[in-house]
Design a protein around this ligand. Sequence first.
Ligand code: F6R
Length: 263
Amino acid sequence: MDVIVVPDGESVGRAAATAVEQLVTHRPDAVLGVATGSTPGTTYRELARRVEGGLDLSRCSAFALDEYVGIPEGHPESYRAVLDRTVREPLGLRADRVYVPDGGASDLDQACRDYEAAIEAAGGIDLQLLGLGTNGHIGFNEPTSSLRSQTRVKTLSPRTRADNARFFDDPDQVPRLCLTQGLATILRSRHAVLLAIGEKKAPALAQVVEGALSAMWPGTVLQLHQHATVICDEAAAGQLTLRDYYDAASGEAARELGVGTAG
Ligand code: F6R
């Protein structure tokens, strides 16, 4: 895993946007995996600025990591609505190329199989952007998720529901179920880019990068990924013990992304 530590959240956004831009420069019809939540905000806003400046993402496709089950259709916090606002519109993607698992389907298991088939039909995900839960989840693969899981229905943990309550008027409105890409689905992406911003993510990030592979910290599965890059700010990097090593070793990766490391 490459670990690139940059000073702050804005720098995380610039580095991740550069990774996307470099991919799209040699593959204009790239397939992107997109996270929701707060973390990728700086990345999407930076990409939007670059699109205004001439970057063309109109031939790209995007696959969401997850979607709530049972959220009222059209709810502003459904991940379909969030991705419309933060990715599809500002980045100029075609509506028929933005895929979100169908959390309103009458047959949720079939919706999950359809989602896996859609990813495969698109040729697989070139670059998967990921955020990190405070409990170590990626996507909504909560602790004890199978490391070989595919897209499926999951129950959200109490911790995740509490973490996401800030997006809803009332904590009771946070859905209890979701559809999420599985850990094996995420492992099939050609490049996984895990973003982490802020001190609250420091314990989980230390586990993911330096802890033992374990379903209790689902993000540790990225240790098995063929090409995983962590881009984090100083605060999220606060509990990494091999920081001097990452700064020395990732100099090359960071230079490729056109960013300076913090150290
Ligand atoms: C979102 C997702 C989650 C979030 C994670 C971090 O699509 O799959 O794994 O990335 O919960 O959320 P934030 O970024 O809001 O701290």
